[in-house]
Design a protein. Sequence first.
Length: 288
Amino acid sequence: MPDLYSTGVDFIDELLGGGLQPGTLTVVRGATGVGKTQLGLSFANAGLAQETKRGFVIDMGSRGDTQQHAPYARRLFDWGMTTGQVDLGRVWEDDFQPVDYYNPFGYLGQRVLRDEMNDEQWRAWKLTVNESLHAMLAHCYYHFVHGVRRQVVDGIEPFSVARESAQIDLFEYILHQIVRKPHDWVARDLFQGRWQQVKDAVMAHPYEAGGIATLFLQTTPETELRQLIAAQTMEDDLTTNATTIILMGRLPSDDRVERGVFILKHRGAWCSDEIVRFTITGEGLVRL
């Protein structure tokens, strides 16, 4: 396991003192269109060089347009992303076939925030989330068993209170009930009544939960970087569990609007207090 995981973007690695710590949660906050998805894909792709396996993307988008992960991945990294669901019948086979992109909800025009729904709609969303848990469990376990150590969560709509977001409900399940649990307990939840049949195979294919790093891309109502820096950090489970918080926002000037990145939090490690200006090119994020 490397000491630090590269984000795939050199100047952001420099701001972080080398990269992100294994086994941690990193929250990337910023408005739509600022470059979060490109950073997420760069982080996932960097796993190919460091761990010999790319990370995978969980897209929780449920309304509006897609995040265009596949076109970005192909253009930036010549990465042909695969989609679908994993086959539990082949979970321990040596012939690993990654599923790079997974959306548990689908772009169906559904609202995700409690204050935008009536009681019946909210109960229906809760049911949708619960129905997706087993497929999500299978998706994560399959990849972790085969050496994938990076996951990127995207498509999160702006929220003011985390507990009122259906998307956050599912993410907290992923974080606490999958990513941070020992591998055999994850398998117990996945296979349930079949545990005794699969126990030997599970124990023969361990993985270290402490090596899995998660990048969570959170869209914010704030658009400017200085607004993000000044905004009160929400004291919620997401913030508390994050080892690192990266802010990405716009930097308006008299004649143009640039983009900037700032490391708000990097617990247990050195980080720069510099604001770095960058642009988005055909090759990804580039420092100005």
